[in-house]
Design a protein around this ligand. Sequence first.
Ligand SMILES: [Zn+2]
Length: 167
Amino acid sequence: MDALWLPVLWQGDRLDDALNAMKRTNCLGALVEREDDRYEIIKMWSVEQALRNRQNTLADVGDGEPVYLTSLEDASDGIDLVRPLRTGAAYEDLLNRVNCQFALVAQAYDMGLVVTRHETGRRGYSPSSTFYCSGGARTHYFPTPNVRGGQICPKCLGQPKGQIYQR
Ligand SMILES: [Zn+2]
């Protein structure tokens, strides 16, 4: 299990606008909202391919990965809706049960928080590494890496302070 933020686009969006949204957010994929309230994840590569084939909108892009829409009922199975990285195993169970690779946990404006079924699920969509520190009571993450690997953790309170790792 892992988590990543992706830009949220509409199926009627133009392909060049979609490419710009991915570049602006430094993502190699996007969430596409379909007309029937379904979401899919598409790769930047597929959008570039569709552009080369003179397609116009995201509705013309094939091979999207279906995304499970997380609901409040799922929270009773022990998943943390607010801090998904704390309940990785429960999310993996959920995604195994609904047989999806991705779940949408949150969306606001033009970004969505997606949980992946597998540890490697971020690869291919998010080029930035994950920075984390396992010092202190809980592992803490640095989604916007204003830290470097090997650095003393700025989030650890008291002593001893942890160290930043990168994966
Ligand atoms: Zn720390």
